[in-house]
Design a binder for this molecule. Structure first.
Ligand SMILES: Cc1cc2nc3c(=O)[nH]c(=O)nc-3n(C[C@H](O)[C@H](O)[C@H](O)COP(=O)(O)O)c2cc1C
Length: 336
């Protein structure tokens, strides 16, 4: 018996194959997230992906507004876009499309598959290679041309990257880091929260001890010791004398800007990875309402700060764990 050729609708429904869905979700889940909390969930439809924030994974004490949570989801969204372009799709993204539901962070709609990958597909190999690197970096200056490429990558996603090169500004920032550390280390609720995510037995989320890096031998180094008050023996090491620190900010500070900051962050990190650079973060002042606005540069005075990034050349580090695609997958809510 002759079988009828599939209708256009039936063909459209076959757009995302199981292997495509796995590639999209694995790529998204490799994004950085605050304390490796992976505060996301995904639903894959016939021709779209829904990205949800998972409030059960929010850091209620360090991140009561969900700022870091939405930045993490934004980073996952950027990886989704890159993977979609790698597969030949041209994704159309709607960020926070439902004003009544802030947990629906984005809907990524996919139309027909093109024979050639999109422009962002060039970032695809860097998704699996990127790491947060809390080891000391070499005392090797980053060429200005490379820094300009990083600034452009961030600008392309609607955010601003400002590299701190003035020693007075760096030392002002280091003072803020230490003020924030002091406040953090005397806050029992934040300590307990951090202890639940950092170190401890092997699992598929959180920050393993091997990723914490050594403690700085010189306590005035710009560093964030996420292992503070976590009971694990660690070495001490000298960190770079003149670190390269950059602030990622956006002109406005709405929820949609937090998602934008996350996308810009991931683009920055993938661009940096491709250029052979390592990165870690010094976000402690941004997690304090009283200190966050002081991070803003007094000379430029623009923007709302989202990430403090330390950049440099470092040795390779091991990856951190991730939950499997099955653990982060839900049933789609939208019929598109
Ligand atoms: C919004 C956000 C804030 C973060 N803040 C810090 C931080 O202040 N210090 C730090 O060492 N890492 C920070 N991280 C990095 C995460 O701990 C890291 O992404 C996570 O442990 C997963 O490891 P990976 O990046 O190597 O994949 C942050 C990441 C995000 C997305």
């Amino acid at each position: 018996m002759k079988t009828a050729s599939p209708s256009p609708v039936a063909r459209a429904e076959q757009l995302l194959r199981p292997a495509d869905a796995t590639c999209l979700l694995r790529s998204a889940a490799l994004a950085p997230s605050v304390h490796n909390s992976q505060p996301w969930a995904f639903a894959v439809g016939a021709r779209h992906v829904e990205l949800y924030a998972d409030p059960s994974r929010q850091l209620r004490n360090a991140d009561p507004l969900g700022h870091s949570l939405l930045i993490s989801c934004g980073a996952a969204l950027f990886n989704l876009r890159v993977a979609a372009e790698h597969l030949g799709f041209r994704p159309r993204v709607r960020v926070l499309p439902d004003p009544g539901d802030a947990t629906l962070v984005a809907v990524v709609e996919l139309s027909s598959r093109h024979p050639n990958p999109g422009a962002r597909a060039r970032y695809y190999p860097a998704i699996a290679a990127r790491r947060t690197n809390r080891q000391p970096f070499r005392d090797q200056k980053i060429p200005q041309a490379t820094l300009t490429t990083l600034e452009e990558a961030v600008r392309a996603e609607g955010a601003i990257l400002r590299v701190y090169d003035d020693p007075d500004e760096v030392s002002r920032l280091v003072d803020l880091l230490h003020d924030a550390d002091l406040a953090d280390h005397t806050d029992p609720r934040r300590i307990a929260e951090r202890q639940a995510w950092v170190g401890g037995p092997h699992r598929d989320d959180g920050i393993p001890t091997h990723a914490l890096g050594p403690r700085p031998a010189d306590r005035s180094s710009p560093f964030r010791d996420l292992g503070h008050a976590v009971d694990t023996p660690r070495d001490h090491a000298d960190f770079e004398a003149s670190p390269t620190v950059a602030i990622l900010s956006t002109p406005a500070d709405r929820l949609v800007d937090w998602v934008r900051a996350g996308q810009a962050l991931e683009r920055l990190l993938l661009e940096a990875t491709a250029a052979g650079l390592a990165a870690s973060f010094l976000n402690q002042p941004l997690e304090r309402k009283d200190l966050r606005w002081l991070v803003r540069s007094p000379t430029t005075g623009v923007g709302h700060s989202h990430m403090i990034v330390r950049l440099g050349y470092g040795d390779e580090v091991r990856p951190t764990p991730r939950r499997s695609p099955n653990h982060v997958r839900r049933v789609p809510r939208l019929a598109l």
